[in-house]
Design a protein. Structure first.
Length: 404
């Protein structure tokens, strides 16, 4: 009588102990999809190490227990010599294998269906929660859904970054981390906050706050845009008998600096905005200062995207003569632009831009004629309670009135 030896079909491993043999198969070849193993006890064939391990646990559990208790493998001479018993075990094992494979297929199909259903529910819950609780428009939902599909498709081709992508998305929930990454990868200019205690009557003081955007960083990022570069490189020569743009004026065409089409003409504007508390009806007046690049074409610079914010402050800043503090960074940037210039890398080429403040005087019709009608806030976002856009507001309407 000789002890039975278990040989691994995938490598040169062998062991007289069934337990060790199973541990080797599951740990070494458990994830191999093209692995065929035969049971040395009943000659049944399996297509994976996991199915073989399941078969051993269900059909030869007694043999496993004996292997664990005795610490050795019992001899199988009696089992091999007894043909009747062996054939019965082979037939029952074959039936068991078919039942196990069918059961595994059903469980795998059910698991796939459950995973797909769970994924669909999570996506729908995410989109509808975003739309119903945060008043997001249909256009924004469509944008999120399409970009989410693009991101998942990109991840399918880059499986090595799935774990790092998950960690990065969880970090994006923090606003400071988002702003840091935006500045790192896109050169985002984060708003800077400042304040000053101003003494008033009766030995009291008021805290005046304001925020500003670093002017030179904002200007440098704006000049890198391809549509801005296209306007800067165009010929601004007009043959019209009337003025249609600032370039047609005598001062702009004869001044030694402003007649250069690449010399940046910066115009400063301001607007007041009243923010009303819906509960107490108390109104807060906010003063906005922004700049516009007059080198752009008229239809381009009249849009909202071309209005670049300088600072936003409480109206008390004007009342207590703090305007020089509010626009201090902007004025320092204009001085640098007039003297040493601003270095900008555009399309791999470094360029030095000079510029200065440019003032235009005229009544309201003249301003509209020269600069074009300034795009208002309500031009694209006409609803103050949500972000429904004017170009696709029909998609955001739940009920359409029947004209008939």
């Amino acid at each position: 009588m000789s002890a039975l030896e278990f040989y691994c079909p995938g490598c040169s491993y062998s062991s007289p102990y069934l337990k060790k043999y199973l541990i080797h198969l599951t740990s070494t070849h458990g994830t191999n999809k093209h692995f065929i193993v035969s049971c040395p006890l009943c000659n049944s064939t399996f297509s994976s190490a996991r199915s073989f391990s399941t078969h051993i646990s269900s059909r030869h559990k007694r043999r496993l227990n004996d292997d664990v208790e005795n610490g050795s493998v019992e001899l199988l001479d009696n089992l091999v010599n007894d043909r009747t018993v062996f054939n019965e075990m082979e037939e029952s094992a074959g039936e068991g294998v078919e039942e196990e494979e069918d059961q595994q297929q059903r469980e795998h199909a059910q698991q796939n269906n459950d995973s797909t259903t769970s994924f669909i529910k999570r996506i729908l819950h995410f989109l509808f929660t975003l739309q119903s609780l945060y008043f997001v428009s249909e256009a924004a939902i469509s944008y999120v859904a399409m970009n989410l599909a693009d991101i998942l498709e990109w991840i399918l081709n880059h499986n090595d970054v799935v774990q790092s992508a998950v960690m990065l998305l969880r970090q994006m929930s923090n606003v400071n981390h988002r702003l840091t990454k935006m500045k790192q990868y896109f050169g985002y200019s984060c708003p800077q906050n400042d304040s000053l205690q101003v003494p008033i009557r009766n030995n009291k003081s008021i805290n005046v706050k304001w925020s500003f955007i670093p002017f030179l960083e904002n200007l440098g990022n704006f000049l890198k845009l391809p549509e801005v570069q296209a306007d800067l490189n165009r010929l601004a020569v007009s043959t019209n008998e009337v003025m249609t743009d600032v370039h047609d004026g005598y001062f702009a065409s004869s001044h030694p600096a402003f007649k250069d089409p690449t010399f940046l003409k910066i115009e400063l504007n301001s607007d007041d905005l009243n923010i009303t508390n819906a509960v107490s009806h108390k109104s807060h007046k906010v003063f906005f200062i922004y700049w516009t690049l007059l080198n752009l074409k008229r239809d381009h610079r009249s849009g909202q995207v071309s209005k670049r914010l300088v600072a936003a402050c409480d109206s008390a800043a004007l009342k207590y003569d703090l305007l020089d503090r509010v626009v201090g960074d902007f004025l320092d940037g204009v001085k640098t632009l007039c003297t040493t210039g601003l270095r900008v890398m555009s399309a791999g080429v470094e360029k030095i831009y000079f510029g200065g403040l440019f003032f235009t005087l005229g009544d309201y019709p003249a301003q509209q004629s020269i600069h074009g009608r300034k795009e208002s806030v309500a031009a694209k976002k006409f609803c103050p309670c949500c972000d429904v856009a004017a170009d696709n507001y029909i998609d955001s309407i739940d009920q359409v009135i029947n004209s008939s």
